[in-house]
Write a protein of this length. Structure first.
Length: 183
């Protein structure tokens, strides 16, 4: 392999590595931030529904997304929307004993939801959920874009490296040709 090609490939690999590191860092930061926003929106919805239910109004208002209320024994007594979230042991415990918020991801009929469970003062819990498909679609789009940009920058780096190597090695090539001509 000629020096020109070695420099071109080295430049392309170096730029690919740098851009890939930046892309991975940007993706992980964006992923974390988007998931924090999802959880934050669930916090707001759960708290507003908890306030309404703790006042004793009794009924679950129409919410922006699926929601359900469990009684102190962990049985669904009210719901909004077509989705019924599965109830696990921890949520039954919260319904009976109270405690801190519990947020996790569940799958219902092949659709992934982020669900937050918040204890009510009189016992029971309110659960709110948000479908993760829009979030996952956005993140998949970012992964594709970052991969395409990384590949493009590596290709441009290799081309620039090839041109730069040609420019840098031109005097050596001329000297070699002159030496061969004299010999």
């Amino acid at each position: 392999m000629s020096l020109r090609w070695k420099l071109a490939l080295s430049m392309g690999f170096l730029l690919l590595t740098m851009v890939a590191l930046v892309s991975v860092s940007a993706y992980l930061t964006t992923d974390s931030r988007i998931r924090q926003e999802v959880d934050s929106s669930l916090d707001e919805r759960a708290n507003s529904l908890r306030i309404i239910l703790n006042r004793g109004d009794g009924s679950l208002p129409q919410a922006a997304g699926p929601a359900q209320v469990l009684d102190a024994s962990g049985v669904i007594v009210q719901s909004v929307g077509d989705v019924r979230f599965p109830v696990n042991r921890r949520e039954r415990y919260l319904a009976k004993e109270g405690g801190r918020l519990y947020t996790h991801t569940v799958e219902v009929d092949g659709v992934r939801y982020r669900v937050e469970t918040a204890a009510l003062q009189a016992g029971g819990v309110v659960q709110v959920g948000r479908e993760l498909q829009p979030t996952e679609t956005t993140l998949a789009s970012l992964r594709r874009r970052y991969a395409a940009i990384s590949g493009l920058v590596a290709l441009l780096g290799a081309i620039l490296g090839w041109l730069l190597a040609g420019w840098l090695t031109r005097p050596v090539v001329r000297l070699t040709q002159a030496a061969e001509h004299v010999a």
